[in-house]
Write a protein that binds this ligand. Structure first.
Ligand code: C2O
Ligand code: CU
Ligand code: CU
Length: 491
């Protein structure tokens, strides 16, 4: 029997779960508990339904509501876009117009953000200040520039104070911007990786104040909503995998031992030529675009431990985050390669080399300091600590950073806390110019940049194409909800 201990204070926004207590049934589903046998895994890999643009337009309706789905062979009551987890994959081309009619069927406000897309933050565009009240509908419109970079992007709610709970509950989906020159692959797969904790009756467990401070990590890690799905391929085949870390706080340190893995790029930052890698680390919000060339045998896609720090002396106690199940490895999927050998795939076409801002004049330099401090036990956020950028918590009515349109800025992202913070800026990607005291050899572009505990990273940003007000924040969504977010206005 699970005592009412660390999960004693359960909250999940206003979803009516506050006060729900894990009873005698306990955490039936945890992959780490003795009840592992209860979770069914090993079903055939499946992908979310796909909605594809035609003639430059994709018009979709996304219904946000509670839904009952099967997770690991049990029925679970989760939050969903259009009834499933993940939501449908939206497939676009550069230059397309994406229209989304979002209907809020929850009992609390929500909204929609298209993470990583280079689109306007104004009006009914990628505007994180929009709020869609329960029962209401909002029409979003996103217009992708004709030269929008190809790759994997995603959508999720972005309502300050409710983001972590809503994403954890199941609200996420992939957006693919297709390559102008397709990369030949036997198969294209999208892997949306998320984590969730469900109680014995299939209800989502909220996070305690401590878990919110650390950043909540679910006990089950899902791939496209499945527990350890099974993939099959033939030797020699080259597959394209687009992998999204949709977890609220969990870092994914991924390995696929025994297979040839080439990284095309992270986020929208495509490399000039693919890089052969043996591991990939994705912070929350990051995406990896990879080619897997199949070698005979059965291997696991594994998430290894990743140490993202802890409160250290700040909280007294030594509770650590559990990224990648720090006690061991988590198997996310099983790949079996067998059968007749297939002829090698043709060379990957040369990719458009990303631009390099290191040769450009910098208009302004700024320092953003991400800090954790002892905060009051606040009623609203339930946070024991304050999470600040340059000493301030988020305020939607204050502009923290004003930038001139068209300028190139250099930002030093400093982390004075004992935990990593994955820093994300909307609309404009960041080029990493210095990390761990070193400058990379090539131009590395990402929209989520991990700033390690007590470390710093320097980035450059070109504020091209759009004006308007948007945000930057820590993508551990519990930290964002607790205030680690700032407002930027480009004009
Ligand atoms: Cu993926 Cu501001 O978020
Ligand atoms: Cu974003
Ligand atoms: Cu953080």
């Amino acid at each position: 029997m699970e005592p009412i201990t660390r999960r004693g204070a359960l909250t999940l926004g206003g979803l009516g779960l506050a006060g729900v207590v894990v009873g005698g049934a306990g955490l039936l589903w945890t992959s780490s508990s003795a009840n592992t046998g209860q979770v069914q895994s090993g079903r055939a890999f499946a992908q979310p339904p796909e909605l594809r643009s035609a003639n430059g337009l994709l018009q979709v309706r996304l219904d946000v509501a509670r839904a009952s789905v099967q997770v690991g062979g049990h029925s679970a009551s989760i939050l969903s876009f259009n009834g499933g987890i993940p939501g449908p994959t939206l497939r676009l081309k550069a230059g397309d117009r994406l229209g989304v009619t979002l209907r809020n069927g929850l009992e609390e406000p929500t909204n929609l953000h298209v993470h990583g897309l280079h689109v306007s933050p104004e009006g009914n565009g990628d505007n994180p200040f929009v709020m869609v009240e329960p029962g209401e509908t909002f029409d979003y419109e996103f217009l992708l520039p004709a030269d929008h970079p190809p790759g994997l992007y995603w959508y999720h709610p972005h309502h300050h104070g409710l983001s972590a709970g809503q994403v954890f509950g199941g609200l996420y989906g992939a957006i693919i911007v297709e390559d102008p020159v397709p990369i030949e692959a036997a198969r294209e797969r999208v892997l949306v990786i998320s984590d969730i904790t469900l109680d014995g009756r299939g209800r989502i467990l909220g996070a305690s104040a401590m878990e919110q401070m650390l950043g909540r990590e679910g006990e089950l890690v899902l791939v496209n909503g499945q527990v350890n799905p099974r993939l099959t391929a033939r030797p020699g085949e080259r597959e394209r995998w687009q992998i999204l870390n949709a977890c609220v706080s969990r870092y994914l340190h991924l390995r696929l031992d025994g297979q040839r893995v080439q990284l095309l790029g992270v986020d929208s930052g495509r490399f000039g030529a693919p890089e052969t890698v043996d591991a990939i680390v994705l912070a929350p919000g990051n995406r990896a675009d990879v080619l897997v060339t199949m070698v005979d045998g059965t291997v696991e896609l594994e998430a290894l431990p990743y140490d993202r720090g802890g409160p250290g002396g700040m909280m007294g106690a030594g509770e650590r985050p559990r990224s990648g199940t720090s006690t061991g490895r988590a198997s996310l999927a099983t790949l079996t390669v067998a059968g007749e050998r297939v002829a090698a795939a043709p060379e990957v076409p040369i990719q458009r080399t990303p631009r390099d801002l290191r040769g450009r004049a910098v208009t302004a330099r700024r320092e953003l300091t991400f800090a954790m401090g002892m905060g009051a036990m606040m009623g609203g956020s339930g946070s024991m600590m304050s999470f600040t950028i340059n000493g301030r918590e988020f305020d939607a009515d204050r502009v923290d950073t004003t930038v001139e349109a068209g300028s190139v800025e250099e930002w030093t992202l400093k982390n004075t806390s004992p935990m990593d913070h994955p820093v994300h800026l909307h609309v404009w990607p960041m080029q990493i110019v210095e990390s761990a005291g070193r400058g990379p050899d090539t131009a590395i572009w990402q929209d989520v940049v991990n700033v390690p505990a007590r470390g710093q990273v320097r980035v450059r940003i070109a504020f091209d194409d759009f004006v308007g007000r948007t945000v930057y924040h820590c993508h551990i969504l519990d930290h964002e909800d607790a205030g680690m977010m700032g407002v930027i206005e480009v004009r």
